[in-house]
Write a protein that binds this ligand. Structure first.
Ligand SMILES: Nc1ncnc2c1[nH]c(=O)n2[C@H]1C[C@H](O)[C@@H](COP(=O)(O)OP(=O)(O)OP(=O)(O)O)O1
Length: 211
C-alpha cells in the first residue's frame, strides 16, 4: 500500500504517531494564533470548564487569542492568569492546526504549553472554572502514552480526564503533552448545528524523540 503523506501544513521531520480520516485536508484562508496551557502537578491535571464563548461547556487548557503585539509565550501567560488566576513557568509543548468546515474560514494555530509548577490558587473566573483531574500512569514512548490514557489507568481519587467533555481530538495529543513529548499536528473538524465533529487528523513527534 502506498505510504500517505503528512498534511500540507506540517513542515519538518516528524514521525507519525496517529492519523485518521481521508487525505482531503480542508483549505483555509489565513491562520490565527491561539494558546492553550495545561498545569500538570504530580499526578493531577488542571483543566478549565469553559463557561462562555467558543468551546462552551467543554473542558480544556487555559488560553485564547494571541493579541496584536504579543508573542505566543506572553499570551499564554496572560491567558493563564486571566482565566485561572495563576502564574506558571510555561514551556512550549506542541503546535497544531485546527481547521473547520462550516465554521470560521481561518485555521486556528494553537500553541500548546505545559508547566509542572504554578503559583497562586486556581480560581474560577467569568470564563473558566478550574478543576483537577487524575493523570493515568506514565509510559515511556509516545504511542504507549496514547494507549495508557485511552485505557485510563489512574492512581488517585480524582476523576479521570473527561475526554468525553473535551474537544474530540484532545485524546490524540494530550498523552504526548503529559509525557513531555513535543508534537505537531493537524485536525479538520466539521461544524454541524453548532457541534464540531472530528473528520481527519494527523499527529507526529520529532523523529529523534520517537523510540
Ligand atoms: N480543537 C481544539 N482543541 C483544543 N483546544 C482548542 C480547539 N479549538 C480551539 O479554539 N481551542 C482552544 C484554543 C484557545 O485556548 C481556546 C479558544 O480561545 P477563545 O476562548 O475563543 O479566546 P479568548 O481570547 O479567550 O476569547 P474571549 O472570549 O476572551 O474573546 O480554545
Amino acid at each position: 500500500m502506498p505510504s500517505r503523506s503528512v498534511p500540507p501544513s506540517i513542515d519538518g521531520e516528524f514521525t507519525e504517531v496517529t492519523r485518521g480520516g481521508d487525505d482531503k485536508w480542508l483549505p483555509y484562508k489565513t491562520k490565527r494564533l491561539y494558546t492553550n496551557a495545561f498545569i500538570i502537578h504530580g499526578n493531577k491535571l488542571l483543566l478549565g470548564y469553559k463557561k462562555r464563548g467558543f468551546g462552551l461547556s467543554k473542558y480544556n487548557g487555559f488560553g485564547g487569542k494571541v493579541e496584536p503585539g504579543e508573542t505566543p509565550d506572553q499570551a499564554a501567560a496572560r491567558e493563564l492568569k486571566e482565566e485561572a488566576g495563576i502564574e506558571a513557568p510555561l514551556e512550549h509543548s506542541g503546535t497544531f492546526l485546527f481547521v473547520t468546515e462550516g465554521g470560521p474560514d481561518w485555521a486556528f494555530q494553537i500553541e500548546i504549553y505545559r508547566a509542572e509548577e504554578y503559583s497562586g490558587t486556581p480560581t474560577e473566573t467569568d470564563e473558566m472554572r478550574p478543576v483537577w483531574f487524575s493523570i493515568p500512569a506514565s509510559s515511556e514512548t509516545a504511542k504507549a502514552a496514547v494507549a495508557s490514557v485511552i485505557e485510563n489507568v489512574i492512581d488517585n481519587d480524582l476523576p479521570p480526564i473527561p475526554y468525553e467533555s473535551m474537544w474530540d481530538s484532545d485524546y490524540l495529543w494530550l498523552p504526548l503533552l503529559l509525557s513531555k513529548t513535543h508534537f505537531v499536528g493537524r485536525t479538520d473538524f466539521k461544524e454541524v448545528d453548532g457541534a464540531f465533529k472530528l473528520e481527519r487528523w494527523w499527529f507526529g513527534v520529532p523523529t529523534s524523540t520517537c523510540t
